[in-house]
Each structure stands twice: as structure tokens, then as C-alpha cells.
Design a protein around this ligand. Structure first.
Ligand code: FES
Length: 57
């Protein structure tokens, strides 16, 4: 599913950022994927997907 519509970032892309790019924090996710850097409406969903991805890694 697409998490960040503005920047076309999927939950899969967030998992990949955690597994392959060492992303662990929301700031790192923003820098790596641009998630949440436009309208910001995806912030809470993106943080949840990030947490689940880090916990599962
Ligand atoms: Fe993510 Fe707009 S939907 S910044």
C-alpha cells in the first residue's frame, strides 16, 4: 500500500529502507525516502509502519 501519496512511498519501500539503508528513526526515513516531507498527512501512518518494520527487523 502507498503510505505517502505525495512522494509515492509504499510500506514496502519503508521496510526496504529499514533493512537495506539502516533507517531507524523518522528523521532518517524522511531523509532517505522523502516520506512526510510535503503535506505531512501520512506522518502517523508512516511512523507506525516504520516502528513495525524496525521491530520486525
Ligand atoms: Fe506524505 Fe503528503 S502524503 S507528505
Amino acid at each position: 500500500m502507498i503510505v505517502c501519496v505525495c512522494n509515492n512511498v509504499s510500506d514496502k519501500a519503508i521496510r526496504k529502507a529499514v533493512e537495506q539503508s539502516g533507517v531507524r528513526t523518522y528523521i532518517q526515513l524522511q531523509r532517505t525516502t522523502q516520506t512526510g516531507t510535503c503535506c505531512g498527512k501520512c506522518t502517523s501512518c508512516a511512523k507506525q509502519v516504520l516502528k513495525e518494520s524496525v521491530d520486525a527487523y
